[in-house]
Design a protein around this ligand. Sequence first.
Ligand SMILES: Nc1nc2c(ncn2[C@@H]2O[C@H](COP(=O)(O)O[C@H]3[C@@H](O)[C@H](n4cnc5c(=O)[nH]c(N)nc54)O[C@@H]3COP(=O)(O)O)[C@@H](O)[C@H]2O)c(=O)[nH]1
Length: 640
Amino acid sequence: MSVSYRDALRAALLYGLLSVFWLQISDHLLNSYFDDWGQLAQWQRINGYLWAFISAVLIFIARARLLSFMGVGARLKHQRQDRERLRQAAVVFDCTREGVLVTDCRGTIVHVNRALVEITGYTAAEVLGHRPNMFKSGRHGPEFYQAVFKSLQESGDWNGEIWNRRKDGEVYPQWQTVRAITDGKGQVTHYVAVFTDISAIKKSQTELTRLAHHDALTDLPNRLLFTDRTEQALASALRHSSGCALLMIDLDHFKIVNDSLGHNIGDLLLKRVADRLQRLFGKGFTVARLGGDEFAVLVDNCPRTAEAALAAQQVLEVMKGVFEVEKHQLFISASVGISVFPRDALNAEQLLRNADSALYKAKKAGREGYAVYTEELTTHAQYRVEVANDLRRALEQQELRVYYQPVHDLKTCQLIGVEALVRWQHPVRGLISPGEFIPIAERTGLIAEIDAWVLEQACWQMGQWQSAGVELSFVAVNISSRLFARPELFTLVSTVLADTGLDPALLELEVTESAVMDDSQAALEQMHRLRTLGLRLAIDDFGTGFSSLLRLKQLPVQKLKIDQGFVAGLPADNDDVAIVRAVIALSQSMGLAVQAEGIEHVEQAQLLLDLTCDLGQGYWFGRPMPASELDWQRAPAMHG
Ligand SMILES: Nc1nc2c(ncn2[C@@H]2O[C@H](COP(=O)(O)O[C@H]3[C@@H](O)[C@H](n4cnc5c(=O)[nH]c(N)nc54)O[C@@H]3COP(=O)(O)O)[C@@H](O)[C@H]2O)c(=O)[nH]1
């Protein structure tokens, strides 16, 4: 007999004994108290009721204790909570965005939610009773599914990426978790799969990867992908003992298209160039846009320079045809730098760098051509690095000097101004001409510091001449495009003028035509700001750039300097004569002074005077020299 039965028997016996005891005692007491039968009968009735009441209380207590002992109350509470939880789970099951699929232990689908219907395109009725392999995409082999089942058997769950097929046939990726559900004895009763459709994430991931590796404008591979492909090509060339060539292509004077026709047309032209290059080389080659107007082509199986040169020549040829861009008929040429693996470089970075050096050489050689990398170019590059380092030291050690070249009035031949030109007094190499170090200073950015220093020296020197009573109309200082592009130029010039006390009207800043046209709107603003200081502005090397006359008209400049390249051809070269005549006429029609530079012969000075040029500068008048050597009285006569 179980403990509970024994307890129940004990309670029943106790109740029986208690009842007998109660009946005996109450009967005895009532009989001894009441003699009257009527009263006795009444109290016996009351006694009966009383016992019934006590019994009811005892039954209640016993039952309450029994139920609590058996845990029925808690179970009822739990049942209520379970019902609530199930209701909530059913809502979650149906509202969740994840697809849910439940199979029995044999793999037959017994339950699916609304999200599964939406994701797969099947109705619940079309799915129930079938097996999950109805969603198979065919992308995974049997070994994939075997691995899933193995994981479910060993650990009871699996999660990972799986490609399935929707009802409409579309194959899509989903992230899925499958779990085995077991009963109390550890037997699998069901499998539950919960999955998310990750096709949108995949698409944006793919798009991001594409964007990171492609140029947005032309859709060509960008520098990152091109470098990667070059590395792969080099590795493959190494394995097969073959070679490959890298062509770096840069469009000549592309800036003019942007400046004159706007960036939209410039962009469209770049797209057309990209298309043309792709068509020329076809699918087997990697054509990339490295940035701006720079493209590159990787030519596989091309170990010899001659073959690479042939490819470069084809690039030059293909660029020759007209580009039709929105009603504009554009012509553009290109320069190409060639570097060959393994002859020139052993890794992608070096190959790119060397092709770039060759491209620089092609540009310097006059553009619309190609140049092949040579070791000499690296030597040059190293030399440039050494000079740049040396220049920094020169600035600190005050090794730079300012020379002044006289500028004469062509009518009176009087010296009326000077141009400040920098020199480098090298401790070992002696006096170095700016032609040797200015281009390097420009490439490294040191030019801004040099120009600032020359400006300070020239203003100070002009102040000294003024104090000494020398009658000079101006001192001209060259401002490189690097410094000219900086907003702090205005502060620099005003500080120098304030520090040296020079009358701003005596200062002339020379800016090259290309510096002004590079970003003409910014240049215009810079020039107007500088003009508020009261100084004068001149366009240097006029005729070598590609000024738009419309832009030129807007510039607040006071002088045009005819480039010495045109003066050199005077008086024999008819083209130069025509150009010089046109520039003089242009200056005069715009109310600008005009100055010719590079005058080496009296005939040149005479012709320029005849053409009504205002000012002249050149070796015939005087070479650049230290301030102390200038001869203020020198006025070389033109007529004998
Ligand atoms: N940003 C700066 N550029 C500067 C500075 N100083 C010079 N430069 C530029 O360097 C280039 C070479 O200058 P330099 O060797 O001084 O040559 C100048 C003249 O010496 C030369 N010149 C003058 N007359 C004649 C001549 O009759 N024949 C001849 N073959 N050359 C002559 O021309 C140069 C003057 O150039 P420009 O500035 O265009 O008037 C040169 O581009 C300088 O601009 C500097 O401080 N900052």
